[in-house]
Design a protein around this ligand. Structure first.
Ligand code: FAD
Ligand code: FES
Length: 258
């Protein structure tokens, strides 16, 4: 079940250049949500009808709060409007949406939890819910964020594009540089990173779940703007298209074409 709410802003802070952390008080959504799901966030600007999908970075079921961490993509965007929200303001959200990460698949296994760029936030809630042996590998452009929160969950390895922290390069460079290995991968990040992880998982015969943060429109499965090709064949043996917002955003990497 999903809920539409006017969530109350408890806190908003810029945690790295252009990256904001927004804490929201919800009535129902936090209690129902799980790692890897997202909310649709609505603009107050009538010219911006479509909601912006933002992943759940932290879910506090006791307090009924959600934390969203998002990047402002430019001037006059919806995300720029959200970045101006202040304590006690309200914002319309719809959720929880999407399927979330299949956490049980890691039981008894050693898992890589991998986040790249603005795909890092949902990995935090995943790390908190996952009891299996886990190693977190985070790829940043330059400045780091959410590091204290991640380090509280276990061992964290970092890659930066500019080499300012951790391994210079991407998450796979950090995995190789630190000689890491695992049995199963959970990842969220930009498509080139997910494509590289899909190939790495195939090479090492690992199961790999990826969360795809592609372009979306309605967010509720109605418009088909977000379809991706999967190898899941239907009765007529045609390639089956799946909606990222509804059947996803998390898929078994073997099923999707990237
Ligand atoms: P505008 O240019 O004003 O957006 C115009 C339209 O394009 C809007 O309808 C917008 O929703 C859509 N759009 C543009 N880029 C994207 C995109 N990459 N994905 C989907 N729709 C897009 N970003 C974060 O910073 N943090 C997150 O946790 C996060 N989680 C996401 C989870 C999912 C499932 C998806 C699909 C995307 C997620 N994104 C996240 C990306 C975020 O939705 C876009 O950056 C945002 O919608 C851009 O909106 P805007 O108002 O800044 O830009
Ligand atoms: Fe409309 Fe997925 S965004 S169907």
């Amino acid at each position: 079940e999903k809920y539409q709410e006017n969530a109350i802003v408890l806190e908003q802070k810029e945690i790295a250049s252009g990256i904001f952390r927004l804490v929201l008080q919800t009535k129902e959504i936090a209690a129902q949500a799980k790692a890897g799901q997202f909310v649709s966030v609505y603009s107050k600007d009538p010219s911006k009808l479509l909601p912006r999908p933002i992943s759940l970075c932290e879910i506090n079921k006791t307090k009924g709060t959600l934390t969203l961490v998002y990047r402002v993509t430019g001037e006059n965007t919806g995300t720029e409007e959200f970045s101006r929200l202040q304590k006690d303001d309200t914002v319309r959200i719809l959720g929880p949406l999407g399927n979330g990460f299949p956490i049980d698949a890691a039981e008894g296994k050693k898992a890589f939890l991998i986040g790249g760029g603005i795909g890092i936030p949902p990995i935090l809630q995943l790390a908190r819910e996952m009891k299996a042996d886990k190693q977190m590998v985070l790829g940043f452009r330059d400045s780091l964020f959410l590091m204290d929160e991640f380090q509280a969950e276990g061992q964290v390895y970092v890659a930066t594009e500019d080499g300012s922290a951790g391994t210079k390069g991407n998450v796979l460079d950090a995995i190789r540089a630190n000689g890491l290995s695992a049995d199963i991968i959970y990842a969220c990040g930009p498509t080139p990173m997910l494509r590289a992880l899909k190939a790495y998982a195939e090479e090492h015969e690992m199961v790999c779940y990826i969360s795809m943060e592609e372009r979306m429109a309605c967010g509720i499965g109605a418009c088909l703007a977000c379809v991706c090709k999967t190898t899941d064949k239907d009765a007529h043996s045609n390639v089956n298209n799946k909606r990222i917002c509804k059947e996803g955003p998390v898929f078994d990497a073997r099923e999707v074409e990237l």
